[in-house]
Design a binder for this molecule. Structure first.
Ligand SMILES: [Zn+2]
Ligand SMILES: [Zn+2]
Ligand SMILES: [Zn+2]
Length: 455
């Protein structure tokens, strides 16, 4: 969560109009659709004497609370926080590709071998799709020997589907579609990825001719990955992978570790990795990647396809697109009854209903399918990264808060108010949760200059 600014709630420059929630000059909490309300106090203490030089209490503000931005990544829930998240995601991804000297990442990272890979889900039945070859759109599905399926529905579709047609991603026959398989796949996507990274390290070690336990002394693999929902309701993963030298300063890897080698290792690992689980009827189910695998090198700079600027922008965009793009819901479901009432496609409803049904089976308890039914079974994070890949979201948030505090400090000094040198004073805050949402008084007061930092 981004810290809101308690002092901002002090009515200083009253304006009688409610501030425009999209204005970039406002504190994040004032732009947030569902800010968290905190009640408490903040003391500024002289480091030397221990004297309290300033006391701020939320009780003295018009609403009696201070606001903290909700930090929700979904634009359907909070457009402002979603934009902040997307910017941070971009900065984080780009820093791992081009370096970020302000935050201690060398620009020499741009010379390291790196590839951009897209790993897809296996197929669970024929769905309507848009097939484009060159400038022409081809019929959806033609190559089939059967005219109809066992349920009497057409097994082919000659329609040349347009870009945003609602039929896209929907099964040709919902009764033939393997919903249990699809939901179990989403639920295991994270575990399948982890297993794939282990295979990558093993293959790297084999190339280096050392045991797996020693590969970290030669070369290290790091990544950032973003999960994107396809229209068929299955996630696929967009991943940036990078090879570095062994030391923590992220020096270049040995010369034998080339982009081609990295691409080869990613492809081989994806092809050979699988995970064994079982279907509701007890038969074995092998979770594996789909046959579509796209791996391309990443170039430096801003021009053209496949450059670090493009790839970082692409990942940041997908990091904020949530399950609602696949027809899922943007919040947790409380009952099976609710699934029937959601304004979603029949396909998404069937995925959610399958999550709910399998979620009641003790064998799938660990997958928490009911808690993640709104995400069609996928319970991973949308953006995850190896620790070494880049800066963290936390570091980006901290520097944003510091920057805003500095601005606030200058604004208060310019307004002739007493300001306290952060080197000689200490700020102690104690705040407790007091609800969600913004009060009218806060909406007006939030337009005032910011004055401090919430805990
Ligand atoms: Zn928000
Ligand atoms: Zn079709
Ligand atoms: Zn059928």
């Amino acid at each position: 969560m981004d810290a809101a600014i308690p002092g901002a709630s002090t009515p200083r420059s009253h304006s009688l109009s409610v501030p425009d929630a999209t204005s970039a000059s406002l504190p994040l909490a004032a732009r947030c659709s569902a800010p968290i309300r905190l009640a408490g106090e903040r003391l500024t203490v002289d480091r030397k004497t221990g004297e309290i030089v300033e006391r701020f209490a939320s009780a003295d503000t018009p609403d009696g609370v201070v606001l903290v931005a909700c930090g929700n990544r979904r634009s359907s829930r909070c457009p402002s926080c979603s934009t902040t998240y997307r910017r941070d995601a971009y900065a984080l991804v780009r820093a791992g590709l081009a370096g970020d000297e302000v935050r201690g990442l060398s620009t020499k990272l741009a010379d390291h071998p790196r590839v951009f890979a897209t790993l897809t889900a296996q197929s669970f039945g024929a769905v309507h799709r848009r097939v484009v070859r060159g400038a022409s759109t081809l019929p959806c599905r033609t190559r089939t020997t059967e005219a109809t399926c066992a349920h009497g529905r057409p097994a082919s579709c000659r329609i040349r589907h347009g870009q945003d047609e609602p039929a896209l991603g929907q099964p040709l026959c919902p009764d033939c579609y393997d919903y249990a398989g699809a939901v179990l796949w989403n639920a295991h996507a994270g575990a399948l990825w982890r297993r794939t990274t282990i295979a990558m390290t093993r293959l790297l070690a084999a190339r280096a001719g050392v045991p797996r336990s020693e590969i970290g002394e030669r070369v290290r693999l790091s990544f950032v990955k973003v999960a994107e929902f396809q229209t068929r309701g299955l996630v696929h993963l967009h991943v940036i992978l990078r090879l570095d030298g062994p030391d923590p300063k992220l020096t270049a890897p040995p010369t034998w570790a080339t982009p081609d080698l990295l691409a080869e290792i990613v492809a081989a690992s994806a092809a050979q990795t699988s995970l064994r689980t079982s279907r509701p009827d007890g038969t074995p189910f092998l979770v594996r990647w789909g046959v579509q695998l796209d791996i391309r090198p990443i170039g430096a700079g801003a021009e053209g396809e496949g450059t670090d600027v493009r790839v970082a922008g692409y990942l940041a965009k997908y990091a904020t697109k949530a399950a609602e793009n696949a027809g899922g819901a943007d919040r947790r479901l409380r009952s099976a009854y609710e699934i029937g009432r959601l304004a979603v496609t029949d396909h998404a409803r069937a995925m959610m209903a399958t999550c709910w049904a399998l979620g009641g089976d003790p064998r799938y308890e660990h997958l928490r399918l009911r808690a993640w039914a709104h995400m069609l079974g996928f319970r991973g994070h949308f953006l995850t990264k190896a620790r070494r890949y880049s800066v963290t979201f936390g570091a980006l948030r901290t520097s944003r808060v510091r920057f805003r505090m500095k601005l606030a400090f200058i604004a208060r000094a310019l307004a002739g108010e007493t300001v306290f040198d952060p080197d000689s004073t200490l700020v102690i805050g104690r705040f407790a949760f007091a609800g969600v949402g913004i009060g009218f008084a806060s909406q007006i007061a939030a337009a005032g200059p910011p004055g401090g930092l919430a805990p």
